[in-house]
Structures are given as C-alpha cells and as structure tokens.
Design a binder for this molecule. Sequence first.
Ligand SMILES: [Zn+2]
Length: 108
Amino acid sequence: MNNADLLRSLGVDPSTLDAAPPWPWRSAGAERLDGRHACVRCGKPARVAGVVDTPGHGRRWLDRCIPCLIATTPGDGSSAPLKDTLAVLREAAWEAGVDLTAVVVGEA
Ligand SMILES: [Zn+2]
C-alpha cells in the first residue's frame, strides 16, 4: 500500500494535513506528540507522527493514535519479528519522552 492508498483508506484528503519538514524529521515528530494533534482517523490525541509524501502535496504529517496505527497498517502476509516491532515502539516512546509498557499475550 502506498501513501496515496493509505490516505484513501483513511478517507483523508492530503491537502488537509499539515506540511512536514524534510528529512530528518524524527525530533520534529517527537515534538509533535504534545497532545495537541488529533488522530486523523478517530480524533483522539495522536501518539504516532508519521510523514506521507504524495504527488502534488509533498510531505505531510499523518498523525494517528496507536489503535488506529495498528488498524490501518497493512499486512502483507509477512511481519517483522515482535522484538523488532517492540524496539521501534521503545525508540519512539523514548524520543517522545513517554513511558511505554508492552504487554505481549500468547508469546512463549
Ligand atoms: Zn485514532
């Protein structure tokens, strides 16, 4: 799924999204997680700040809460190992300055 497909699946017009800075944007993304930006899908405070780049609109912030991020992340039949996913989440939480507690169910 490309960025245009993702935005279509979310029902989001990219022209309504805030312009994002050029790479590297991670510190700007962490600063964006201040509770003032709403999830594009449900309106709750965003916990993940991503960037989409679509033709005609350039780089735009795509703010989502964790449940909506999970619900809208396409599965392609393969998945990263759980430890890799948790490492990404821990890094994002560290950058955002928030505590993260991961509860994993069903792992041996
Ligand atoms: Zn949401």
